[in-house]
Structure formats: structure tokens, C-alpha cells
Design a protein around this ligand. Structure first.
Ligand code: KG4
Ligand code: ZN
Length: 345
């Protein structure tokens, strides 16, 4: 068993907002004692995307097992835990409810304070885990399956949205394009891999601009352009080079993400730029944004791929800073599927 220092704040965190059942034990916000992730991807692959009902049912089956494993791998028991953190939004309502119910049950039974965490605040906080020296303020590009946001992180728990997608999220575009070229689900990692074998200038796909807002994104036009290209190849009976489509599509996404991020960092005077969310594990985005930051003398931060996609360690990290501010939730905490960034309910 681990011997806990009296000053240490140890948090048990639970994440079930989509298709990962995850639990972690995090000490003082940045030290991950354990990080258990049960991925349901194989279950959803046959349907080409996440089926909410299946996700909720699997979370119910797995959540206690994953929590038990997180405690035992961390070498702690419930008496060592200072707070239970749980994602309460945004996400799939049935999936969120499983984590929230489990967290409330433990909080009530063991008399441990409860802290509800915003999923995207968790993604942003993943950057603190491996970057000991990273402190706000910084700019963060959050790109996941459900979100594409440029966020000014003014302080711990203090966020301001500078830009966001008007339609599809970046990860959603990856998943839809992957399905269209027959790569299956989840599309992001598969396009990332295949793009390495293709030519990113083979097909010129559009880089969408939102006229009224320089920092907003729009990916649905790009997705339609890829579908139109595939249709026209079919009509002309031309063979589609999947790798070229993957590489050209990825370049169009990455160009826009990098362009907006660098412009926003410069305009708002940020010397630090971080990325977060599942798409932040994309190799082309990491490389291109890293190079662009280096040119402009902006420090670039990114979590390891394990902390980019959904996990509970990031929820424990975000919860630590809430804990320090005295935030506690009651047993009336509910799942809020459309919870806005920075909103406190
Ligand atoms: O953050 P995340 O695990 O879940 C949400 O909160 O949405 O993100 C999942 C998304 C999926 O759309 C997946 O295709 C995408 O992240 N993704 C990637 C990569 N790995 C995961 N997209 C591009 N390149 C990757 N390597
Ligand atoms: Zn996520």
C-alpha cells in the first residue's frame, strides 16, 4: 500500500461521457497514480459509430471493476481519497449518468466530497499532467470527436472561448471521411496512419473560412467536398487513391487548425499554446503546429496520446484545481449533456 503524506490531495476520478469507461487516481493534480481505461471501441465498430444505448449498458457492467482496478493499481483505499471527481457533461446522457451515479454512491457511502467536472476542462487539464511547468495563462486548441474550440485559459478553471466550430467537430469530420473511404470507425487514427502513405497535395480540398469570425471553424464543407470527389470518381469510373484522399483531407484540416491557432495566439498575446482532445494525438497536427510555434517563439504543449483521448486522469487533474477553490457538489448532481465550457451548475 502507498503511504500518503498528510498534505497530499488524492482524487479518485471517473469518466464515462462517451465510449470509454475510465477511472484514475491522481495526487496533487499532476501525479497520476493509476489510469484505467476500458475502451468500448470494438463493440461500436460494427455500427460505424458510438451507439448510445450500448455505451450506457457497457458502462454499467464495467464501471465498478474499473474503479476497483484504479484504486488497487494506485495502492490506495477509499480512506485515502480526499474527493471523488466525475464528468457530468457534456456527453451522452445515459453514459454520463452511469459515472455520476457511481460517483454519488461512493461519495455518500464513504462520506467523501464530490466534484463534478466539465469534460472539455478535463481535456485542457491533461496538459498539466506531463508539463510540470505549465501554468495559465495559455491558449488551448481543443479538438475532439464532439468539439473544436480555441480557448483562452486565463487561470485554473477560468476559460474564454475565442473560436469554435459552426458545424462538425474536427474528429467528427475525420470519422465521417474515414467511413466514406471505407476505413471504418474510429476514423481519426486510421486516416492519420494511411495519410503517411499518400500525397497531401494530390487533391485540393477547400480551407473553410467563417466570414464573421476569424477564429471559428467549419468542417462540413470540407467533408462534402471529399464526398463529392469520391462520387465524381465513381461516375467517371476512376480508381480512388485512398491514401491521397486521406493525406489531402488531413492537410486541409491541419492547415486551418494551425492557421487559426497561431493567429489567435499572436492577436491575444499568448506565449504558450497547448492542444487537447482526441484529434490532438494526430501526428500531422502535432508536427505542423510544433513547427509553426517554433517559428513564432511560442512554447508548444501537448499531452501524450494516452492523455489526449478520453481518460479519467485528466478529470482528476481538473478536479484538483476546483477542490483547491472549495468547489463541492451535492448529491443532487445530475448529468448535463449540453454543459457549456466554464458553466457551473
Ligand atoms: O477526445 P475524444 O477521445 O472523445 C471526445 O471527447 O470526442 O476524441 C475522439 C475523436 C474521434 O473523432 C477520433 O477519430 C479522433 O478523436 N482521433 C483522431 C486521432 N485519434 C483519435 N483524429 C485524428 N488523428 C488521430 N490520431
Ligand atoms: Zn473527450
Amino acid at each position: 500500500m502507498r503511504i500518503k503524506d498528510k498534505k497530499d490531495i488524492v482524487i479518485l476520478a471517473i469518466e464515462t461521457s462517451c465510449d470509454e469507461t475510465a477511472a484514475a487516481v491522481v495526487c496533487n493534480g499532476r501525479q497520476v497514480f493509476s489510469n484505467i481505461i476500458y475502451s468500448q471501441i470494438d463493440l461500436h465498430t460494427v455500427y460505424g459509430g458510438v451507439v448510445p444505448e450500448i455505451a450506457s449498458r457497457k458502462h454499467i457492467e464495467k464501471v465498478n471493476q474499473v474503479i476497483g482496478q484504479a484504486l488497487s493499481e494506485a495502492g490506495v483505499c477509499l480512506q485515502d481519497i480526499d474527493a471523488i471527481a466525475v464528468t457530468y457533461g457534456p456527453g451522452l446522457v445515459g453514459a454520463l449518468l452511469v459515472g455520476v451515479s457511481a460517483a454519488k454512491a461512493i461519495s455518500f457511502a464513504a462520506d467523501i466530497p464530490l466534484i463534478g467536472v466539465h469534460h472539455i476542462e478535463g481535456h485542457i487539464s491533461a496538459n498539466f499532467i506531463e508539463n510540470e511547468n505549465l501554468e495559465p495563462p495559455f491558449l488551448c486548441l481543443v479538438v475532439s470527436g464532439g468539439h473544436s474550440h480555441l480557448v483562452a485559459v486565463r487561470d485554473y478553471g477560468k476559460y474564454e472561448i475565442i473560436g469554435q466550430t459552426r458545424d462538425d467537430a474536427a474528429g467528427e469530420a475525420y470519422d465521417k471521411v474515414a467511413r466514406a473511404i471505407g476505413l471504418g470507425y474510429p476514423g481519426g487514427p486510421r486516416i492519420d496512419r494511411l495519410a503517411r502513405e499518400g500525397c497531401s497535395t494530390a487533391i485540393r480540398f477547400p480551407r473553410a473560412k467563417v466570414v464573421e469570425s476569424a477564429y471559428d471553424f467549419s468542417f462540413s464543407g470540407l467533408k462534402s467536398a471529399v464526398l463529392n470527389y469520391l462520387n465524381s470518381c465513381e461516375m467517371k469510373k476512376e480508381k480512388v487513391n485512398q491514401a491521397d484522399v486521406a493525406a489531402s483531407f488531413q492537410k486541409a484540416v491541419v492547415d486551418v487548425l494551425v492557421d487559426h491557432s497561431i493567429k489567435a495566439a499572436e492577436e491575444f498575446g499568448f506565449q504558450k499554446l497547448a492542444i487537447a482532445g482526441g484529434v490532438a494525438s494526430n501526428s500531422a497536427l502535432r508536427e505542423t503546429l510544433g513547427q509553426a510555434c517554433a517559428k513564432k517563439n511560442i512554447a508548444f504543449y501537448h499531452p501524450s496520446p494516452l492523455f489526449c483521448t478520453d481518460n479519467a486522469a485528466m478529470i482528476g487533474t481538473a478536479a484538483y484545481y476546483e477542490y483547491q477553490k472549495g468547489v463541492r457538489h451535492g448529491l443532487d448532481l445530475n448529468a448535463v449533456p449540453n454543459l457549456r465550457l466554464g458553466e457551473r451548475i
